[in-house]
Ligand binder design. Structure first.
Ligand SMILES: N[C@@H](CCC(=O)N[C@@H](CS)C(=O)NCC(=O)O)C(=O)O
Length: 207
C-alpha cells in the first residue's frame, strides 16, 4: 500500500494527494506534525534527507520532492495519464506545474501564515498579490479548459492553491476573472480536489 507522509496544511503534500485521488489509488496517510518536528526526526530524515513534507513510500521505495513524487506516480501508475506523450506537451505541463510550486504557492503560504499562524486579517493588498500570481494561470488557460492541453499534473498542482484560498475564505477576493472562476469550478468537480482540500484551519494551526 502506498503511504504518504503528510502534515496539515502542506500545500505540496496536497498536490500529491490530488494526483493520488485522480489516479484512484489506495493510499494511507502517515500523519506528521510540524509542531512536534516529526519532519526532522532521524527516522523521517532516513526517508527524506531534505526534512520536508511530503514523502511517499511505495513498498520500500521512498520518493521525496512533490514534483518527483507526482511524476513517479504517473510513470508507475499510468492510468489515467497526466502527462502528454510529446516532449513539447510535457514541457508545457512541467513549466505550469513549476510556476505553481515556485511562484503561486509561496504567495498562498504567505496568506496562510498571516491569517492562521499570526491570527491577522488578510487585506486587499494580500489578496491582490495572489490575484497577480493567478494572472499567469489565466494567460495559460486563454480560452482553454485546462492549463496545458488535456487535464494534467499542472492542473493537479493548481488545485491545492485554490483549495487553500477557499479554506482561508479569500477565494472570491483572489479569483476575479470569469475564465478563472470557470476553471476553479471545473477543478472542484475533479476527484483530485478532495485530496487537494484536505486541510482544516484548526488542524493546520495545531499541526
Ligand atoms: N520542494 C519541496 C517543498 C516541500 C516543502 O517546502 N514542504 C514544507 C511544508 S509545505 C516543509 O516541509 N517545511 C518544513 C521546513 O521547512 O522545516 C517539495 O516540492 O516537496
Amino acid at each position: 500500500m502506498i503511504q504518504l507522509y503528510y502534515a496539515a496544511p502542506s500545500i505540496y503534500g496536497r498536490k500529491v494527494l490530488a494526483v493520488l485521488d485522480e489516479k484512484g489509488l489506495d493510499y494511507e496517510i502517515r500523519k506528521m506534525s510540524f509542531a512536534s518536528q516529526d519532519h526532522l526526526k532521524p527516522e523521517y530524515l532516513a526517508l527524506n534527507p531534505n526534512g520536508e513534507i511530503p514523502t511517499l513510500l511505495d513498498g520500500d521505495f521512498a520518493v521525496y520532492e512533490s514534483t518527483a513524487i507526482i511524476e513517479y506516480l504517473n510513470d508507475e501508475y499510468p492510468e489515467p495519464p497526466l502527462l502528454p506523450e510529446d516532449s513539447e506537451g510535457r514541457a508545457r505541463v512541467r513549466m505550469a506545474e513549476d510556476y505553481c510550486d515556485l511562484h503561486l504557492y509561496p504567495e498562498v503560504i504567505r496568506c496562510f501564515i498571516k491569517k492562521v499562524l499570526k491570527n491577522e486579517e488578510l487585506t486587499a493588498e494580500d489578496t491582490d498579490a495572489v490575484t497577480e500570481r493567478l494572472q499567469r494561470l489565466e494567460t495559460l488557460l486563454a480560452g482553454k479548459t485546462w492549463l496545458a492541453g488535456d487535464f494534467s499534473l499542472a492542473d493537479c498542482a493548481a488545485m491545492p492553491a485554490f483549495a487553500s484560498l477557499e479554506a482561508l475564505g479569500v477565494l472570491d477576493a483572489c479569483v476575479k476573472s470569469s475564465s478563472l472562476k470557470a476553471y476553479v469550478s471545473k477543478l472542484k468537480q475533479r476527484p483530485g480536489y478532495k485530496g487537494a482540500s484536505l486541510m482544516s484551519l484548526e488542524a493546520a494551526a495545531a499541526s
